[in-house]
Design a protein around this ligand. Sequence first.
Ligand code: MF3
Ligand code: CO
Length: 253
Amino acid sequence: MIFLKAKKEIEYIRESCKIVAETLQIVKKYIVAGVTTKELDRIAEDNILKNGGKPAFKGYRIPGAIPYPASLCTSVEDEVVHGIPSERTLKEGEIISIDVGVVKNGYYGDAAITVAVGEISEEKRKLMDVTEKSLYLGIEEARESKRVHDISYAVQNYVESNGFSIVRALCGHGVGKYLHEEPSIPNYGIKGTGKKLKAGMTLAIEPMVNAGTYDVFEGVDGWTIKTKDGSTSAHFEHTILITNGNPEILTVN
Ligand code: MF3
Ligand code: CO
């Protein structure tokens, strides 16, 4: 079942999303060669708590893995998503996806950005730019009476026509009352198909794009998803609201 959010619920979601956006902005400033992903996690958690929120990912459970132990997902290079913050030190030339979720007043916000560590190659810059642009093209389709796979198609089409591949094993999702709600939002699909979109839906759209093939595998920690061919991966995500007019991006300040 897809929840349509009432005005008050949207206000709560908006509030959580603002904390998410602010947290990403702050963490971004600390992404330099030499910092550990654990230090970034600490900075994020401090900001979430300071704003009266709770880290939405911490303690999250999936079958066969320890409860998620951190506030951020920090996914470096060939790590696609769900990288666990650790003593790993960032190196010049790497890219890192920072994903953060916040719950406050019982409502969730979720967003991610990919950031360069110092100077990066032209190929990695293009990978990041194409991934981010595909997110905005997807959001552009998030309109009353369009369909879920209109979003999916827009993302896939742009990514593939730029020579990259879109991860299939993981999807975007409804978000708000829970971190993960219906509908699932694949990043590939046939336009004009899937559930009808309606004003009041809040969605997390999150393309994950690999420089090589789209195949991924799960690391031994039970969380970290990596590219099968070792190629670099980028990830951007926003929580958005479908309205009677333009889609509204909630995870901005
Ligand atoms: N943004 C990711 C998602 O929506 C982050 C989930 S991490 C988890 O799936 F720990 F909460 F699973
Ligand atoms: Co998400």
